[in-house]
Design a protein around this ligand. Structure first.
Ligand code: NAD
Length: 252
């Protein structure tokens, strides 16, 4: 008998799920049998992902959620409990970068823009989601960090700071709520072909494939499938971990 197994049926909420890794995660969770609340700051994008899931035979609905808004997280959790019948998987994926800027040249506005979504957004999400997972009898919260949660990313110090910080957040949540059957994980993609790399300078962007042992960027589905597996019952003894999905980048 285990206590850390995500209860069935799977009911999931994903932030930033209108595109990229978040959309891939929502689709993969749905393929694994979860009903999914697809959220994004761009409601039309969230609706597109939900429509794809429904067209493929899954269960999904969409709502607008700005990850930097505490109220939006609280409302989304309430919606999931009302419309899906509960919540036992939460994926805090929404994140953004700004154009590459050396640290001493950053404005307050640039710093806060990244921290508000990539760090505060994860905290608001986790704080709203934990009570719902407790009511569901347990589950998994996964926050999307980055290889920049373990290493420097030159020109991206607010991003790297936020991605390091969410690792500590998830490690702490794992210990605070593990005995209640709640698992907490930080997933760390390397460079994934979603367009985010557009904010890197040209020389850095050209060098990206060669940074990976596999010699290429990752695909969003490769991260989404890993997250869906980690969120599910097969990963019942995994919590508190920083899990690279990185094509070997951190191995060097
Ligand atoms: N793409 C990469 O190479 C890479 C690498 C490591 C980590 N990540 C992380 O993965 C996550 C997803 O990145 P992606 O590459 O799929 O991004 P993306 O830009 O392809 O998609 C991001 C989605 O988030 C939404 N979004 C933006 N601001 C938001 C906000 N304030 N609230 C809610 N939604 C918002 C966008 O509308 C979009 O649909 C981010 O946390 C990112 O830091 C990405």
């Amino acid at each position: 008998m285990t206590t850390n197994t995500t209860p069935q049926p799977l009911r999931a909420l994903v932030t930033g799920a209108g595109a990229g890794i978040g959309a891939a995660t929502a689709r993969s969770l749905a393929r694994n049998g979860a009903s999914v609340l697809v959220t994004d700051i761009d409601l039309a994008a969230a609706q597109r992902t939900a429509d794809e899931i429904i067209a493929a035979g899954g269960t999904a609905l969409a709502t607008r959620l700005d990850a930097s808004s505490n109220e939006d997280h609280v409302a989304a959790v309430a919606l999931a409990e009302k419309e899906l019948g509960g919540l036992n998987i939460a994926v805090n994926n929404a994140g953004l970068t700004i154009p590459s800027t050396p640290t001493a040249d950053l404005t307050d506005e640039q710093w806060h823009k990244v921290i508000d979504v990539d760090l505060n957004g994860a905290f608001y999400g986790v704080r709203a989601q934990i009570p719902a997972l407790q009511r569901a009898g347990g589950g998994a919260i996964i926050t999307v960090s980055s290889i920049a949660g373990d290493r420097a990313l030159v020109g991206m110090s607010p991003y790297s700071a936020a991605k390091h910080a969410v690792v500590g957040l998830m490690q702490t949540v794992a210990w605070e709520y593990g005995d209640q059957g709640i698992r907490a994980l930080a997933v760390a993609p390397a460079f994934i072909a979603t367009g985010m790399e557009a904010n890197l300078d040209d020389a850095t962007a050209a060098a990206l494939p060669g940074l990976h042992a596999l010699g290429r960027l990752g695909e969003p589905d490769e991260v989404g499938d890993a997250i869906a597996w980690l969120a599910g019952p097969q990963a019942s003894f995994m919590t508190g971990s920083y899990i690279p999905v990185d094509g070997g980048l951190l191995a060097r």
